[in-house]
Unconditional design. Structure first.
Length: 297
């Protein structure tokens, strides 16, 4: 595949709680693009003052969480007039802030677990089992699953270490899966089977005992329904060039959207590369094809 660009900057790191994962993802993308013959600059960015080397033709942000997925880095790239990969600055908050994404998806009747926002001083009105989430975190940081009512207050206190606002969702019994996107095309569904029962930070990045089934072992009609719903959520939340929509699926095949990730991971255990590999797209080709979509604004 011929490269549209010859010189690219990969943005990684950032100041948020997902910094360590972003550094790993960014390094992997940078190496893949170098192996494809590009001149690559790796930039560990911390704030809006970052600069891009002269001669860089396009930017590949791999900034998970704050600064990358909230649109701040993209606003800087727009000011510089540089083509970049991913959602635009004003679209990023639609998926980054789960309160915003849930409100938007509710307006267009996308099925989600029953949910509510819990503000400081408020209590949870939903009954257990529940999932409590810091609405502006990812990688399962600031997430607690509560099986019994007696554990709600302690879980709230843990999540409030990350945000004073908390998203409470009814826990959906069933399987977990995700649909990645290359452009506007959904990739094969990845079914996630964590050995511990919970797909938390350790299961994602530290332990090696999570089982990934690609393509997911769902009946064809389930898979079609999940992918169609993923595309709806992806477009409604401003997905562009790449992304990933996460689901819980009940025993009768009913899918519930959990969130959309506009800058998914590119580590050794990340899900978008696994989905791409299932349809014959290796990691280097995936990165090159994503980069080729880079646009100004």
């Amino acid at each position: 595949m011929s490269n549209r660009f010859t010189s690219v900057a990969v943005l990684k790191g950032g100041p948020g709680s997902e910094r360590a994962v972003s550094l790993r993802s960014g390094a992997a993308v940078a190496q893949a693009l170098r192996d494809a013959g590009l001149m690559v600059y790796e930039l560990d960015v911390a704030d809006m003052s970052f600069t891009v080397p002269v001669g860089v033709e396009a930017v590949f942000p791999v900034l998970h969480g704050e600064f990358g997925e909230d649109g701040i880095a993209q606003r800087r790239l727009e000011e510089l007039g540089l083509p970049y990969v991913g959602s635009r600055s004003w679209e990023m908050p639609r998926s980054f802030d789960k309160e915003i994404s849930h409100a938007l998806l509710a307006k267009v009747d996308v099925p989600m677990p029953e949910w509510e926002m819990v503000l400081p001083g408020q209590s949870v009105s939903l009954s257990a089992p529940l999932v409590l989430k810091a609405p502006r975190q990812g990688s399962s940081i600031g997430l607690e699953i509560v099986r019994e009512a007696a554990g709600i207050e302690a879980a709230l206190a843990k999540v409030r270490e990350f945000d004073s606002r908390i998203l409470a969702e009814r826990f959906v019994e069933g399987t977990e899966c995700t649909v990645g996107f290359l452009g506007d095309e959904p990739l094969p569904i990845v079914e996630i089977r964590p050995n511990s029962g919970t797909y938390d930070y350790e299961a994602k990045y530290e332990r090696q005992d999570t089982c990934y089934v690609v393509p997911a072992a769902y009946p064809p009609e389930w898979a079609d329904r999940i992918q169609a719903l993923a595309l709806r959520a992806y477009k409604d939340l401003g997905g562009r060039h790449l992304g990933r929509v996460d689901f819980r699926v009940t025993a009768d095949g009913s899918p519930f959207v959990l969130e959309m990730n506009p800058i998914p991971g590119f580590t050794a255990t990340s899900l978008l590369p696994k989905a791409a590999a299932a349809c014959g797209i290796d990691f280097q080709t995936l990165c090159v094809r994503i980069l080729a979509q880079a646009e100004v604004n």
